[in-house]
Design a protein around this ligand. Structure first.
Ligand SMILES: [Zn+2]
Ligand SMILES: [Zn+2]
Length: 321
């Protein structure tokens, strides 16, 4: 029996670069898809440095307008003039998530609140739920200004729009505002309804997780943390920029927002040891860890004295202010 080996394909065309044969619009369309689905900035930037043509077409506004959240997720460690420029190019191409990302970085990290808030507003106008929520946090706290710059009604309006678009923290914040009559007419029943809805959404998020997902001790926040929150946290944690001594970070690990003036954030009313930029962060951190740590101050002092271990509690430092 004769064995017929398959003929190997002829290799005479190896020197031809097939990329050159593709028309620009087709390459742009492929790059658009790639830039929106890449899992890290490096995945996309490596394509840009491949050759002059890919660099030119990769920086086309049609591509930059579609660059996805993970492709924009520059880390604080790798922040540079070039990454700032890349974000600006994406902003100019009309990329909404780039507007939000650069807006947050300018507002909190680069100490440029006017430009930061204006970029976030550009994203908010295009119904970017995180931008709407972040602007509401800024309005509730009067961030970037004085205490008198707090605008509770504007905070509620932004929060309501973000909640309508599905932002769970915004929904929870709005529920608390209605319950307390904070920036809006008090409506306890409606507030309660929204809080139940927020919990239900969170539960639905847990149930939709794949089996085997690491739940971090049952404390995994269901809403995915936006990469810019990680950027903010790393920016200040790394010591690259030292926060003024009187300013504190939001105690929720997934937030990264710093105070822009002293005593801007709300403090846990029970222990007084932690600070939050919003009720959303407070609720998430409570479930993640603070419920295990929080104890009223006045319970600690007598207990320590009873066992004769006064030095165990620094009474002066823990006194309520
Ligand atoms: Zn926060
Ligand atoms: Zn507490």
């Amino acid at each position: 029996m004769t064995t017929h080996l398959k003929k190997r394909p002829r290799l005479e065309n190896l020197s031809v670069n097939h990329l050159d044969e593709l028309p620009d619009d087709l390459v742009i369309s492929i790059l658009r898809k790639l830039s929106s689905s890449a899992s890290s900035p490096a995945d996309f930037l490596n394509i840009l440095v491949t050759c002059k043509r890919l660099n030119r077409l990769g920086l086309h506004p049609l591509v930059l307008s579609r660059v996805g959240t993970q492709t924009l997720a520059v880390t604080a460690e790798k922040w540079s003039v070039s990454s700032h420029r890349f974000l600006k190019l994406c902003v100019n191409a009309g990329n909404v998530d780039a507007c939000y990302t650069l807006g947050m970085i300018r507002f909190y990290c680069l100490k440029n609140p006017v430009s930061g808030a204006s970029l976030m507003a550009r994203a908010a106008i295009k119904s970017h739920a995180q931008a709407l929520y972040s602007l509401s946090v800024i309005q509730f706290n009067g961030s970037g200004g004085n205490k008198s710059d707090k605008n509770l009604r504007a905070g509620v309006a932004l929060c309501a729009r973000s909640a309508y678009l599905g932002h769970v923290d915004a929904l929870r914040e709005l529920g608390h505002c209605l319950q307390d009559g904070y920036g809006v007419s008090r409506d306890v029943a409606e507030g309660r309804r929204l809080l139940i809805q927020a919990n239900a959404r969170e539960l639905a998020g847990y149930l939709s997780l794949k089996p085997g997902t690491d739940l971090n001790g049952g404390c995994l926040p269901v809403q995915e943390i936006h990469p810019v929150n990680r950027f903010l946290k790393d920016w200040f944690d790394s010591g690259r920029v030292v926060l003024a001594e009187e300013l504190r970070m939001c105690s929720h690990g997934g937030c990264g927002r710093p105070e822009t003036r002293s005593h801007e954030f709300r403090r846990c009313s029970v222990c007084g040891k932690v600070n939050y930029c919003s009720r959303g962060c407070q609720a998430l951190d409570w479930r993640a860890k603070h419920k295990m740590e929080c104890a009223p101050l006045d319970l600690w002092v007598p207990a320590a004295i009873e066992v004769g271990d006064v030095d165990a509690v620094d009474v002066e430092n823990h006194a309520p202010r």
